[in-house]
Write a protein that binds this ligand. Structure first.
Ligand code: HAM
Length: 423
């Protein structure tokens, strides 16, 4: 029969890699807890309308990247989540999570976007996201950025650049947008098709065009900064002061607009030069209008999400050659009654926290011994009919030239602990 393969852009994370994922997840979750963020878990499927409203009709995500379908059984339009912020805010409104004050929340898990797969860009990918709900900032804007810098340090990542921009309040952006469109209209014949289309649907997105000739046209375009009022400027000044105080460097990028429409004031991205075209490992900003847009009370908020695949690619490069976690013991058993005898012994060691594999699949002593050697375990536990008769078990060090020893079954745990210490 023909083999069935995984869906393009949706990857298996195989055991060899999954060790690094587990270590990464443990670090990230401990770090989030250190900043007082609480875990929230939202469904992978939401009403399509949630993302249309939150992310914006004229964004790449909503226009062409959502896995959306009609559930004929219930007559509902549903979508596999392309990101977590919309769901997080939906849940906060639905369960009145902010009734007793602001909340710092985090989530993690798979997100789905029907993009063209390439290195660092997948159709199922994983994010950790942090959302500070109910805080007007700029103190939490700074906190979100400073905590990222701390995580990069902890992961041993160097050379991540912080790009920062202030996209102002909606009214300021509307005035800017109108002038930008006028400018683009005037230069219409020098734009490419994509920019001409964007000019109609989402003119600010023309700013991050990758086409050098479009970028050249844009070098003469009006910039957002000239449209910002005192309040927006004050917020940004406050943020920059706190970043300076924390010693976090940044690059101001007036072209940084992000691919989701819910942002205002602060937007930022962390970018690596070591990942090729998909260098953004983390992005976020302030989204003070999103609660209202989703039917909630006006609530200021800010957050970010990071791409685990991209960060793990950097972590792997930073820590090449680190050993994977090995087994402590491999239990060999052969002969009548030996499995029944060995099984509770393996359980006893596991209950003490040791990593133990009980041999499965038969085979003689020699074949099992080979498996034990290949397993990477520190010790082999040997149970033959002889051991069963004597109420004993044999401990054989596998990684160094020490004598094997035979111990009483009742003394297995302390003897094993002893042997592990010596190893
Ligand atoms: P985003 O910029 O769309 O923002 O995604 C955040 C991060 O997810 C990106 O910087 C990237 O590392 C990773 N990412 C996105 N798409 C892919 C993909 N196709 N393959 C691999 N990695 C990917 C958001 O999702 C916002 N919800 C962030 C946010 C939270 N803003 C406020 N709060």
């Amino acid at each position: 029969m023909a083999k069935i393969q995984a869906v393009r852009g949706m990857n298996d994370i195989l055991p060899g890699e999954a060790q690094a994922w587990l270590a990464f997840e443990a670090k990230v979750e401990a770090w989030l807890a250190r900043y007082g963020y609480q875990n929230i878990r939202m469904p992978l499927v939401e009403h399509t309308q949630l993302f249309r409203r939150a992310i914006g009709e004229a964004t790449d995500i909503v226009e062409k990247e959502m896995y959306a379908w009609r559930d004929e059984l219930n007559g509902e339009d549903l979508t596999l989540r392309p990101e977590g912020t919309a769901s997080c805010v939906r849940a906060a409104i639905e369960h009145s999570l902010l009734h007793d004050g602001p909340k710092r929340l985090w989530y993690g898990g798979p997100m789905f976007r029907h993009e063209r797969p390439q290195k660092g860009r997948y159709r199922q990918f994983h994010q950790y996201g942090a959302e500070a709900l109910g805080y007007p900032g700029p103190d939490v804007d700074a906190e979100l950025i400073v905590m990222c810098a701390a995580l990069w340090r902890e992961l041993g990542l160097e050379g991540l650049r912080l790009e920062l921009n202030n996209i102002g309040a909606p009214q300021e952006r509307a005035r800017y947008r109108a002038d930008l469109v006028r400018f683009l209209e005037k230069n219409r014949e020098r734009l490419d098709d994509d920019a001409r289309r964007r000019m109609q649907t989402n003119p600010l997105r023309t700013l991050d065009s990758k086409n050098p000739s479009v970028q050249e046209v844009l070098s003469g375009a009006p910039t957002m900064a000239a449209y910002l009022g005192d309040e927006s400027l004050g917020h940004f000044e406050g943020l920059k002061r706190l970043l300076d105080a924390a010693g976090v460097g940044y690059t101001l990028n007036a072209r940084l607009v992000r691919g989701l429409d819910y942002y205002n004031l602060t937007v930022f991205e962390w970018v690596s030069d070591r990942l090729g075209a998909q260098g953004t490992v983390c992005g976020g900003g302030r989204y003070d209008g999103l609660f209202e847009l989703l039917g909630g009370r006006p609530t200021p908020a800010a957050g970010f999400a990071m791409g685990n695949e991209r960060l793990l690619a950097l972590v792997a490069a930073a820590s090449e050659g680190e050993a994977v976690q090995a087994l402590d013991a491999y239990v060999i058993h052969q002969g009548s009654g030996t499995l029944e005898y060995a099984l509770p012994l393996a359980e006893a060691l596991r209950s003490r926290g040791y990593r133990v594999v009980l041999h499965a699949g038969g085979g003689n002593f020699k074949a099992q011994m080979k498996k034990a050697d290949a397993s990477g375990a520190a010790l082999a536990l040997i149970v033959g009919e002889d051991e069963v008769r004597g109420g004993e078990v044999t401990l054989k060090p596998l990684r160094e030239a020490r004598e094997q020893l035979r111990v009483r079954k009742q003394a297995l745990v302390p003897e094993f602990e002893q042997a592990m210490k010596k190893g």
